[in-house]
Design a protein around this ligand. Structure first.
Ligand code: GZL
Length: 329
């Protein structure tokens, strides 16, 4: 049963018991276990994007660790294989199951208004983690994630500082089309490189996957070959896929083609430390703890901030070599 209804019943029960002079079995606040106040688990439906990258694997692990039974949760997990329609259907299924709360990492920004309204009408709070949506923020309780535009800007500033004034040619591997991560990183990167003499030869989506990055980079190399000076990949995994294509073309990554990516997962940081990548902007996937805190607070009826942004950092090759062994993901 949806806990909010349960809480309502418990509250009525407590009031009834209080008027007859008997204390109820709740914490007196009518919260029969909701928000971790009692010993009942909070049932949470988590709609993950899929398993498209190393970042996603780290994010899923962080979420499962935080929404554990010992932390007071009964987690129902589904990964939508990067398909928006499947993810929306999964959220509908959580509504029909009457979960206490729903967490979504929305694959793309659009298409969420109807199902978020359905969750709201069913009295089920929704927390967004990682990416966000174009729907009104009245339709969800809170979002916890990263400043994607700032990540793109940081990557763009590194490219501008290093290549402006040399007539450099750039290609871009974009993330999933229509995702807030790809849209905002592109905006930030463009703002930082505006006014430079750097030419964007081409920009296509590799869907945040290694295979996608490799295939698109092979196309870029067939078209532009050694004219390419710089690659900006919206995530490490597409950059790692591009490494194979660059080497197969007889070029040296990190030298013939300099590479800047976003995420800073272990494999990306290894490529940076060994000189195949040149710069990485971190995107912290460890959002589980904050998301769990938000769910507990919302289920307990507490006010929460609408947005929580997790800080990122960036790494040069030297910095990557120093921290590689101590990285948590
Ligand atoms: C960013 C996240 C992106 C990562 C990719 O928060 O949504 O999706 O940058 C992942 O690696 O696939």
């Amino acid at each position: 049963m949806n806990r909010r209804i349960l809480a309502g019943v418990a509250l009525l029960g407590t009031l009834a018991l209080a008027t007859t002079g008997c204390a109820g079995g709740t914490d007196g606040g009518g919260n029969a276990g909701s928000g971790g106040g009692g010993d009942e688990l909070i049932t949470v439906g988590f709609a993950q994007t899929g398993s498209e990258s190393g970042w996603r694997a780290a994010n899923t692990e962080s979420m499962k660790e935080a929404f554990s039974e010992e932390n007071g949760f009964d987690l129902i997990f589904n990964a939508a294989d990067n398909k928006q329609e499947a993810q929306i259907q999964q959220v509908r299924s959580y509504i029909n199951q009457g979960v206490d709360a729903i967490v979504i990492a929305p694959i793309t920004v659009d298409g969420w208004d109807d199902v978020l309204k359905e969750a709201q009408d069913a009295g089920i709070p929704v927390i967004l983690e990682d990416r966000t949506v174009s729907a009104s923020d009245d339709l969800y309780a809170s979002w916890v994630g990263l400043d994607f535009e700032k990540e793109g800007e940081t990557a763009g500033q590194w490219v501008a500082d290093k290549f402006d004034g040399q007539g450099a040619n750039l290609v871009i591997l974009e993330g999933t089309t229509g995702s807030s991560a790809a849209l905002d990183r592109a905006t930030g990167f463009a703002s930082a490189t505006e006014g430079t003499d750097i030419t964007v030869l081409d920009s296509q989506t590799g869907d945040f996957t290694r295979d996608g990055g490799k295939k698109v980079m092979e196309g870029f190399l067939q078209k532009y070959g050694a004219d390419i000076d710089v690659l900006f990949a919206h995530n490490d995994d597409m950059g790692l896929g591009a490494l194979d294509a660059i080497k197969a073309a007889g070029l040296t990554p990190g030298t013939d083609i300099q590479i800047v990516t976003i995420d800073a997962v272990k494999d990306g940081m290894t490529a940076l430390a060994n000189g195949e990548f040149n710069f990485i902007v971190e995107c912290n996937p460890l959002l589980g703890e904050r998301a769990a805190e938000l769910v507990k607070a919302v289920v307990a009826g507490e006010e929460v901030d609408k947005r929580t942004i997790v800080e990122d950092q960036s790494f040069t090759q030297e910095q990557a070599a120093e921290v590689l062994d101590s990285r948590p993901y």
